[in-house]
Design a protein around this ligand. Structure first.
Ligand code: UDX
Length: 443
């Protein structure tokens, strides 16, 4: 099939490349000329394991192309994917200006029948708006070309995106036209060759809703566990044990019940807010979804609170090593990362930070923590420890899982660890003389 993917962010670039990998001819479009030039040379603007070789291979195979010009890339195209950003507007709702601009451009330039696919996470009702926008442009041109708008939300996880796309748990397609559904089915069926058909079809609005609900449900699990963790600590229980105890119930399950310093990233915070906003716009007060967000905002400060309980409100003269800046392992993405909030809070109180992250230090230095004072970056986890009063773990990268604790003890001024991801064995650390603070269990 011939496909056009508009927007070369996480979702667009991964989707386009994986469709090309399956033998389709894909052109990825972006308005950012520099980015497109770099992509043409196989340079990837993001860190995503496995993506770069796949992009290069498909460029060489002539199945993947990059362009800034949508007008030349819709002719004879089977499906056009809208995968541009839907940033959070000031009122918490998803800002649709980019999606609708692309819809207008499609209407301006399409020449042959087309399936238009909403791939970006967009609120219920967006497909109707896209449809109306495209139809208005066709009317201006005084042409009548058949098109259908389908919703096909993306569920990929950063850091594991290629795997998620190539072997999806499910593909949701919301469509009100049989032929459009057929095209979507034949596009995705190669992904299910070795497993059962996981394509779920439904009406457009339910598909749009499904994406928000999946993310809000996962965010709810996390906030619930974080709240439980805080209660465990007060009653002298251990949340790590409670987690295992409840996860063994197959109705609950083990995944997404790890307590920590709160969820971050480009999806959960934005999508929870947008779902709340949608409910409010329809006159409904979503108490639980509101609480999920409030608990998460509070959770980001739990580690900082533990620090001030130990060292006092004024942290001048105290140095903390921070291991991990990215919002989760396997990515350089720092959007809504707890590290931003914690480092800002500690430096505001006068502390000095020695930071190390395997991938996200550039993001931190040049963007998210650009103006944060007293924050220094080190090129190894051990170098960052030297002379610090305590270590704070904020992202559970594999290289932090089993460090040389003897070395930690030697390099730190005192053997104190604040663990925002509950990665270590507290009995072992205590026997080695560490003071170990974690989430959901008294030190
Ligand atoms: C998420 C969804 O998983 C994905 O399906 C959707 O398409 C986009 O949003 P992503 O943002 O890449 O993907 O990250 P994910 O791995 O889901 O983690 C989200 C956040 O939850 C991270 O901050 C992580 O640290 C946190 N988390 C996750 C916990 O705090 N506890 C857990 O048990 C699991």
């Amino acid at each position: 099939m011939k496909l056009t993917v508009i927007g070369t962010g996480y979702v667009g670039l991964v989707s386009g490349t994986c469709f090309a990998e399956m033998g389709n001819t894909v052109t990825c479009i972006d308005i950012d000329e520099k980015k497109i030039e770099r992509l043409k040379n196989g340079e990837i603007p993001i860190y995503e394991p496995g993506l770069e070789p796949m992009v290069k291979r498909n460029i060489d195979n002539k199945t993947l192309f990059f362009s800034t010009d949508l007008s030349k890339n819709l002719d004879q195209c089977d499906a056009a994917f809208i995968a541009v950003g839907t940033p959070m507007g000031e009122d918490g709702s998803a800002d649709l200006q980019y999606v609708l601009k692309v819809a207008a451009d499609i209407g301006k330039y399409m020449t042959t029948p087309l399936v238009i696919v909403d791939k970006s996470t967009v609120p219920v009702g967006t497909a109707d708006k896209v449809k109306a926008t495209v139809a208005a442009e066709l009317k201006k041109r005084n042409v009548d070309i058949e098109f259908h708008v389908v919703s096909n939300p993306e569920f990929l996880k950063e850091g594991d995106a290629i795997n998620d796309f190539l072997k999806p748990d499910r593909v949701v397609v919301g469509s009100d036209d049989e032929n459009a559904t057929k095209i979507m089915r034949s596009l995705y069926s190669p992904f299910f060759r070795s497993s059962m058909d996981r394509l779920i079809t439904m009406d457009v609005r339910s598909a749009e809703m499904t994406k928000y609900v999946a993310n809000a449900m996962l965010a709810t699990k996390i906030s619930f566990m974080n709240e439980v963790a805080n209660i465990c600590e007060l009653v002298d229980a251990d949340v790590n044990k409670v987690r295992i105890g409840i996860g063994s119930d197959s109705r609950i399950g083990y995944s997404f019940i790890y307590p920590g310093s709160g969820y971050g990233g480009s999806c959960f915070p934005k999508d929870v807010k947008a779902l709340k906003r949608t409910a409010e716009e329809h006159g409904y007060t979503p108490e639980l979804i509101k609480a999920v967000e409030d608990v998460n905002n509070r959770q980001k400060f739990v580690i900082a609170k533990k620090v001030t309980e130990k060292y006092g409100e004024d942290l001048s003269g105290i140095t903390f090593t921070v291991w991990g800046l990215a919002f989760k392992p396997g990515t350089d993405d720092m959007r809504e990362a707890p590290a931003i909030y914690i480092i800002k809070e500690l430096t505001k109180r006068g502390a000095t930070i020695h930071a190390y992250d395997p991938k996200a230090m550039e993001e931190a230095q040049h963007f998210y923590l650009k103006d944060t004072p007293n924050t220094n970056y080190f090129n190894s986890k051990y170098a960052a420890l030297e002379g610090a009063d305590a270590m704070i773990l904020l992202t559970e990268w594999k290289e932090f899982r089993a460090p040389d604790f003897g070395e930690l003890k030697k390099l730190l001024k005192s053997p104190v660890i604040f663990d925002g991801r509950n990665q270590y064995d507290d009995e072992k650390l205590k026997s080695m003389g560490f003071e170990y603070h974690q989430i959901g269990k008294k030190a």
